[in-house]
Design a protein around this ligand. Structure first.
Ligand SMILES: [Zn+2]
Length: 315
C-alpha cells in the first residue's frame, strides 16, 4: 500500500509540478528530448507518422536559446527520456552536471557536434571578440552552429536515423522512407545555395549582428563581415564596429545588410540608414518565434527563405 501511494504521489507530483509525461518505461512510447529547434525538426520529420514516438523541444517558441535556463520539469524530462539530443558546444555547459548524473545505459545521448567535423570559432576583421570566450581555459573553441550548413544537416539526419532504428518502437521501413525523402529535400536546398552563390555577382555578405553562420559560409564559399561571434552575449557594438561595417557595405556596394532572427536589429537599421541598403533576416534556426511556430515553419522552410534573401544580397 505504501509503495502504491508513493507511486501515485510521485506521478501526481511529476504531472502537476513538472508537467512531464511518464517515460517509455511505463507508457510504451519512445520519448525523445531535444534542446534546440534543428534536431527537434529533424527528428520529428524522420519519425512523422510513427505512433509511439514523442518528440519534445525544451525551448519554448520565441525563447532566445542563449538565455535558456532549464526548469525542473526540463531536467526531469532529460532524466526520463529514451533519447536526448543536444548540440555539445559552449552554450550547453548547463548540461554538464545533469548529464553526469544521468544513467546512460538506458538511453541514447547524442551531440550534433560529434556528428560532423567542427570548425574553430573565427574572429574576422571588424568583429568584436566575445568577452566570455577568451577567459575560457580551453584552447580550442569550436563553433557550435553546425546545423547552419545543409551539408552538415544531411549528415546529422543520416546519423539520427541510424540511432533511431535501434529502438523497437520505430517502424524501420517508414523511417527509411522519411529519411530518403528528407535527404532529397535537403540535397535540393544544398544545390540551390550552391547555385545562388555561383550565379551571384557578389561573394560577400555583411551580418550586422551575431554571426552563427560560419558553417554555411565556409561550405558554400560566402565571404562575410559581422559584428559579433555566434554566441556573443553583448550586442551593443562599438562605434568602430559600426563604422567598419558601414564602410564595408559602401565599399562593396551591397544592397542588403543582414540581421538575425529575434534581433532588435539596431546595428543593421543604423547601417541601412547610412547606406540605403535594405535590412533582411538571415535565420540561424536556433529556435522559432511564436508566429513561426504557428505557421509551422521548418528548418527547410526557414532555410528556403534564407536562400531567397541570399539571392537578393549576392545579386
Ligand atoms: Zn548559438
Amino acid at each position: 500500500m505504501k509503495k502504491i501511494t508513493g507511486w501515485i504521489v510521485s506521478v501526481a507530483l511529476c504531472l502537476s509540478f513538472f508537467g512531464c509525461s511518464p517515460s517509455s518505461k511505463t507508457d510504451g512510447s519512445l520519448n525523445i528530448v531535444c534542446t534546440i529547434f534543428p534536431q527537434y525538426d529533424f527528428v520529428r520529420t524522420l519519425t512523422e507518422g510513427q505512433e509511439n514516438v514523442d518528440v519534445t523541444l525544451l525551448l519554448k517558441a520565441g525563447q532566445e536559446s542563449h538565455d535558456y535556463d532549464p526548469s525542473s520539469g526540463d531536467i526531469a524530462s532529460i532524466h526520463d527520456c529514451d533519447m536526448f539530443i543536444y548540440v555539445g558546444g559552449e552554450s550547453d555547459h548547463w548540461l554538464d552536471e545533469i548529464l553526469s548524473t544521468t544513467e546512460e545505459e538506458n538511453k541514447k545521448i547524442l551531440a550534433l557536434m560529434d556528428m560532423v567535423d567542427p570548425l574553430e570559432e573565427e574572429t574576422v576583421e571588424g568583429m568584436e571578440e566575445s568577452e566570455e570566450g577568451h577567459n575560457d581555459l580551453s584552447l580550442e573553441e569550436y563553433d557550435e552552429h553546425v546545423w547552419t550548413s545543409p551539408k552538415n544537416a544531411m549528415e546529422i539526419v543520416r546519423q539520427l536515423a541510424g540511432a533511431l532504428v535501434s529502438f523497437p518502437e520505430i517502424d524501420e521501413t517508414m523511417l527509411r522512407q522519411k529519411e530518403s525523402a528528407y535527404l532529397d529535400a535537403l540535397s535540393e536546398l544544398d544545390k540551390e545555395i550552391e547555385k545562388t552563390v555561383s550565379e551571384g555577382n557578389k561573394d560577400t555578405i555583411v551580418v550586422a549582428d551575431r554571426f552563427p553562420f560560419r558553417y554555411l559560409c565556409e561550405d558554400y564559399g560566402i565571404e562575410y563581415f559581422a559584428a559579433f561571434p555566434g554566441c556573443a552575449a553583448s550586442t551593443e557594438p562599438s562605434s568602430a564596429t559600426l563604422l567598419f561595417l558601414t564602410d564595408k557595405v559602401k565599399e562593396l556596394s551591397l544592397s542588403v545588410v543582414f540581421k538575425i532572427e529575434m534581433s532588435a536589429a539596431n546595428i543593421a537599421n543604423h547601417i541601412a540608414e547610412e547606406t540605403g541598403a535594405k535590412v533582411l533576416t538571415l535565420h540561424s534556426c536556433h529556435n522559432r518565434t511564436v508566429e513561426e511556430e504557428e505557421r509551422n515553419e521548418t528548418y527547410l522552410s526557414l532555410m528556403e527563405q534564407n536562400v531567397e534573401n541570399l539571392k537578393e544580397a549576392l545579386k
